[in-house]
Design a protein around this ligand. Structure first.
Ligand SMILES: Nc1nc2c(ncn2[C@@H]2O[C@H](COP(=O)(O)OP(=O)(O)OP(=O)(O)O)[C@@H](O)[C@H]2O)c(=O)[nH]1
Length: 379
């Protein structure tokens, strides 16, 4: 491809972006005007111009849209702050790259280094580097901006394949079995999920299946109290399969929408403990042949490349259907998500970014990549 063609492709990209921005400005302006009109109308009942159900619904919808836009912006800013550790690493490298006028060997070295230090891992980093070098040399790219965009697009593509939200309307009750190693954040994630689903208008019941760790039952009960969700418990040391069986039975009779079952943390290489999880699945099937409908593996995002081994072994024993990555607000370097997406085709359902009940987000590939890369490098 000639330099002219490359340049024009890049200009098209830039002007497309500009057009989109302009269009969204116009839409926001229009929306604001309508909302101001709506506010000026003061008394709905008495104003004959807008005392019409259709207009009222339209304005209500606009309110909702603007509310969602504001919420989305807040969420994105929050995510950006919480992923600051990885963003710093990536942008430090990117700043260096942008200090260069032309692409040279050191640019590739820097990108490789920043991917490795962000926990992307050797396997996925190699793939990304092969792609970048091929694109740059085959298309004779000499400018820095296209390489930045190619990197961002490639990383986005990895994540897009695993951005598959959990559909919970399919079975009643929808049974989620939560598994993972010790301290990954299972119980906390269950509390956050209970909150989330309740806010979406679903009824939820929790099974205190971690009967092994001291305090785990009480911890789940506290979450139950906080989120106003019933928790089924038995005594410390009880058979977890029996607790989960009781919970499903109770949920069936009470027509509860979602059952979320906690399990105790276990090392993926301890076979008897992994077999215990198989037993739980078997027992669940006695009450509901299609369940569990989600076997959710919770992994600690700050554990680095170690999580790859965890996923491999958990997936070997149980068929993991969804992943939650926690603690992305702490010392975690979010690069691990790219490795997970590249090496396993398991959907990433949610990400945990704090210890509070609202610190769980639906996983979005664009938002995650945008939160990691700062766009202000592109002039
Ligand atoms: N910063 C941060 N901390 C988290 C997050 N999720 C969980 N934690 C904390 O991690 C610690 C362990 O969380 P738990 O929910 O008890 O983990 P668990 O997997 O149930 O632990 P075991 O029952 O021992 O296997 C707690 O202190 C949580 O508050 C998160 O997204 N961010």
């Amino acid at each position: 491809m000639s330099n002219f063609k490359k340049l024009s492709l890049f200009s098209i990209f830039k002007s497309k972006n500009k057009n989109n921005k302009d269009r969204s400005k116009i839409t926001t302006q229009k929306l604001n005007d309508q909302l101001i009109n709506h506010a000026n109308a003061n008394n709905f009942e008495n104003n004959s111009k807008i005392n019409d159900k259709k207009t009222f619904t339209q304005v209500q919808n606009l309110d909702k849209l603007q509310y969602n836009n504001i919420n989305k912006k807040n969420f994105f800013n929050k995510l950006k702050v919480q992923l600051s550790k990885t963003r710093k690493i990536i942008n430090f490298g990117i700043n260096y790259i942008f200090s260069k006028k032309k692409i040279d060997h050191s640019v590739f070295e820097t990108i490789e280094e920043l991917l490795l230090t962000s926990d992307v891992g050797i396997h996925t980093t190699t793939k990304i580097m092969q792609y970048l070098t091929k694109e740059v040399y085959c298309n004779n790219i000499q400018e820095i901006n296209p390489i930045y965009l190619m990197l961002k697009k490639k990383m986005y593509k990895f994540l897009k394949t695993v951005e598959i939200p959990l559909q919970i309307n399919t079975y009643n009750p929808f049974i989620i079995l939560v598994v993972g190693v010790n301290g990954a954040g299972k119980t906390t994630t269950i509390g956050k999920l209970a909150m989330k689903y309740k806010e979406e208008g679903k009824s939820v019941m929790l099974a205190a299946g971690d009967t092994f760790r001291a305090g785990a039952i009480e911890q789940l009960c506290l979450w139950g109290k906080d989120t106003k969700v019933p928790v089924v418990t038995q005594h410390f040391g009880a058979d977890p399969a029996s607790v989960i069986f009781d919970t499903i039975q109770s949920a069936q009779s009470k027509k509860i929408d979602i059952v979320i079952a906690d399990t105790s943390g276990r090392l993926q290489n301890k076979e008897p403990l992994m077999n215990e999880l198989k037993k739980i699945v078997k027992v669940t099937k006695k009450l509901n042949a299609t369940g569990p409908h989600e076997i959710m593996l919770v992994i600690d995002g700050s554990s680095g490349q170690n999580v790859i081994r965890q996923i491999k072994l958990f997936n070997k024993f149980l068929k993991i259907t969804g992943i939650v990555i926690t603690k992305l607000d702490g010392t975690a370097k979010g690069g691990i998500l790219f490795a997970i997406a590249d090496m396993f085709s398991i959907p990433i359902r949610y990400i945990g970014v704090g210890e509070k009940k609202h610190d769980l987000y639906n996983f979005s590939s664009t938002e995650f990549v945008d939160a990691l890369f700062l766009n202000n490098h592109i002039k």
